[in-house]
Design a protein around this ligand. Structure first.
Ligand SMILES: Cc1ncc(COP(=O)(O)O)c(C=O)c1O
Length: 295
């Protein structure tokens, strides 16, 4: 039996489509044969129509013709340039606070680890029991490595974490609270400014996982005082399978927090080739090794 769509609902859907400010961008995306409505952008975004040509030009010209000169001319600055662009269009972040690198999991580890070492009097990490597995597993790893205690939040599974949930577990022992902006199962949207303020009230740091909100939910990381944020670029930012992640670290914490995978790309002078490590004092300290340019 085929269900007959409710005519008034269909009219409503058509009216919403007609009023959608993103409507004119639909044609920029490649068609997928047999797919009428793609609702899995929360897992893998669609490619742009001009992607094959962009990739071919990259191989032919940037890599194939300019060869190693492309590092100096373009690629060295890409992690910061792309970070600034994502910050401007999707995060409400001023330049110099966002980089593109690694995977989300690796960046979460680096920043959780850095935040746990920020104040030795603070010995607790707060995390949600229903958070995405990678976030929980990484917190368990960081706690095992540092001896910190994990405090688990168990919010309402449909409505997600509230300010009151957070206020009930944070204290002057809290080093970091790490939560997802949008719950990957229920879609619940957390109150980013309210929760961030509650965490700051006890002097702790706040880290947001933006995987399910970057590119689809407006946000203002600078204005809301967010300390740290991490997200992927292959969902609503349509970067393609395995495209690198992004991390935001507010200006005031750069040169203060130090991420642990201190490879040469995080050094003050990448080509100094000196005897000891001197960290970059800016957002570049979040990098580790050669960035995945093709991705
Ligand atoms: C909320 C959330 N956090 C972290 C990750 C892990 O990302 P990655 O596989 O890029 O490390 C995902 C992956 O889908 C996710 O949905």
């Amino acid at each position: 039996m085929t269900a007959t769509p409710d005519a008034s609902l269909l009219d409503l859907a058509r009216a919403l489509d007609a009023a959608d400010p993103l409507r004119d961008h639909l044609d920029a995306f490649a068609e997928a044969p047999g797919v009428t409505a793609y609702l899995d952008g929360n897992s893998l975004g669609r490619p742009l129509r001009d992607m094959p040509e962009k990739l071919a030009t990259f191989v032919r010209e940037d890599w194939g013709t300019r060869l190693i000169r492309s590092w100096d001319e373009q690629w060295m600055a890409l992690p910061m340039e792309l970070g600034d662009r994502i910050g401007r269009v999707a995060l409400g972040a001023a330049a110099g606070q966002t980089v593109v690198a690694d995977s989300t999991s690796v960046l979460i580890y680096k920043l959780m680890r850095a935040a746990s070492a920020a104040d030795r009097h603070r010995t607790e990490l707060v995390i949600e029991a229903g958070n995405f597995p990678t976030d929980r597993f990484l917190a368990e790893g960081v706690a095992a490595e540092t001896g910190m205690t994990l405090r688990w939040l168990e919010p309402d599974p449909v409505h997600g974490v509230t300010v009151a949930d957070v206020e009930a577990v944070v204290s002057d022992r809290t080093a970091l609270v790490s939560l997802s902006h949008v719950d990957y199962r229920s879609g619940a949207l957390a109150d980013m400014p309210g929760i961030t303020a509650a965490v700051h009230e006890v002097g702790a740091l706040m880290m947001w996982d933006l995987c399910h909100s970057a590119g689809v939910i407006p946000m203002q990381l600078d204005a809301w005082g967010v300390d740290i944020a991490v997200g992927c670029t292959y969902k609503y930012l349509n970067g393609g399978p395995g495209s690198p992640a992004f991390a935001y670290l507010r200006h005031g914490l750069q040169g203060v927090l130090r991420q642990p995978i201190q490879g040469w790309w995080s050094a003050a002078d990448i080509f100094a080739m000196g005897p000891e490590y001197v960290p970059a004092g800016d957002i570049r300290q979040l990098l580790s090794g050669t960035p995945p340019v093709t991705s």
